[in-house]
Design a protein around this ligand. Structure first.
Ligand SMILES: O=C(O)CCC(=O)C(=O)O
Ligand SMILES: [Fe+2]
Length: 252
């Protein structure tokens, strides 16, 4: 989808898909690496919660320091065109993390992102453009992300929505495609009811320059030696979070 069309789709429906933004060969290399990272006990402290160790729905933070392949995704030109349109030219990286949905995982709770203490109505300007790269194919059976199209227009969270509400749509696609969404659209991971198909995703969040990035727990700093090696465009996105420990870059 050309960026202009993607922008329009996101504006109206709350999400859009850019197909085949990276090659399947690259995805397969990334998948292999990400499955290993999730299994590596050295990184267990980077799970979103300690209860995820050995679990069937895992989020592993700090991908930017662990894997340089994800750098091309974070600063992908077509993605950045959409991000800059909604968040302005000084948009910043929130976090890049990997999300593994194993067979047997249940559908997540439908939610909006980064709004825990925001009053209603939510801001009428986007506060987050979130994205999920399909590192393995996304299917209706293996946990593809699900969305309620246009729900970002409600400017509230999805209270009391039944998991089998007909408005919930899985967004499926070949690996290498990326879904972008407005943080206010109602969404979650689908259930993995497949026979042995694992879903791996790279989740990259972008915030506008005015957003307080310390609000989100778990987001990791970018190590200085990694930052030095990055192309300029990626450095610009990460400029606010260079350090060795989270406490150095976020005040709380
Ligand atoms: O894993 C998924 O499909 C959804 C993840 C999600 O809700 C998010 O990244 O905000
Ligand atoms: Fe989410």
């Amino acid at each position: 989808m050309p960026s202009q069309e993607a922008i329009e789709h996101l504006e109206v429906f709350g999400y859009c898909v850019i197909e085949s933004a990276i090659s399947t060969e690259r995805c397969d290399q990334m998948a292999e690496k990400y499955f290993q990272l999730h299994e590596d006990p050295n990184f267990h402290s980077d799970f979103q919660s300690p209860g995820e160790i050995g679990g069937i729905n895992q989020t592993l933070f700090g991908t930017i320091n662990k894997d340089e392949m994800c750098w091309d995704c974070i600063a992908h030109p077509e993605v950045l065109e959409v991000v800059w349109h909604f968040l302005g030219p000084n948009a910043r990286l929130g976090e890049a993390c990997t999300k593994w949905i194993k067979p047997g995982a249940e559908m997540g709770g439908i939610h909006v992102d980064s709004t825990h203490d925001l009053p209603y109505p939510f801001p009428d300007v986007p506060w987050l453009i979130n994205s999920i790269w399909m590192i393995t194919d996304f299917t209706e059976e293996n946990g593809a992300t699900v969305f309620v199209p246009m729900s970002h227009k409600s400017r509230r969270r999805p209270l009391g929505l039944s998991p089998d509400d007909k408005r919930i749509c899985p967004i499926v696609g070949r690996r290498g495609s990326v879904v972008l969404w407005h943080g206010g659209v109602w969404h979650t991971n689908g259930p993995n009811i497949s026979q042995g198909h694992h879903r791996m995703a790279l989740n990259i969040a972008y915030y506008p320059a005015w957003w307080n990035c310390a609000r989100e727990g778990g987001h990791q700093p970018v190590f200085p030696e990694k930052f030095e090696r990055m192309p300029k465009e990626l450095q610009d996105l990460c400029r606010h979070k260079v350090g060795r420990h989270r406490s150095e870059v976020y005040e709380f």
